[in-house]
Structures are given as C-alpha cells and as structure tokens.
Design a protein. Structure first.
Length: 82
C-alpha cells in the first residue's frame, strides 16, 4: 500500500538500486512492539489521519498550535482502501 501511494517515486528508485538502505526494500521494516498510535491511513483521509495523531498528542500533554495550511480533499478520491 505504501509503495502504491509513493508520490516521489522513492520505492521505484530503491528497487532500481539508486537508493540504498531503503526500509522495506533492502533494509528490514521493524514493526513497533507497542505503538502509541495506530492510524489506518488506508481507510482515512490525510486530514482525518492528521487529526487523529494531533488528538493523541493532545491527550498525552503535547499541545501544538494549529498553524497548518488548509488541505483540500475530495472524499472518496482522497481515501482509497484496498
């Protein structure tokens, strides 16, 4: 899924050998044993995912000022689950 959503083409470059030590290609992905946040980015939009992370940070006492640029999303097209 991550490779399919690679807007910069980094996975393609890693598969071509142009990038070494790329997680999931020639370097192992080490799944966290106890993740603090689990966000289903395959089911949520970018804005929903960011808001979930910000809410968790707020819950644990990390309060960020909401100075983020507006993100235009178009519902179904912005979130495609496989």
């Amino acid at each position: 899924t991550v490779e399919e959503r690679d807007p910069k083409g980094l996975y393609k470059k890693a598969r071509e050998g142009k990038i070494k030590g790329f997680t999931g290609i020639d370097a192992p992905y080490e799944r966290p044993e106890h993740p603090e946040v689990h966000v289903r980015t395959d089911l949520k939009t970018v804005a929903q995912s960011v808001n979930e992370i910000l809410a968790h940070l707020d819950d644990v006492g990390i309060h960020l000022k909401p100075h983020f640029r507006t993100l235009e999303e178009s519902g179904e097209e912005a979130c495609k689950a496989n």
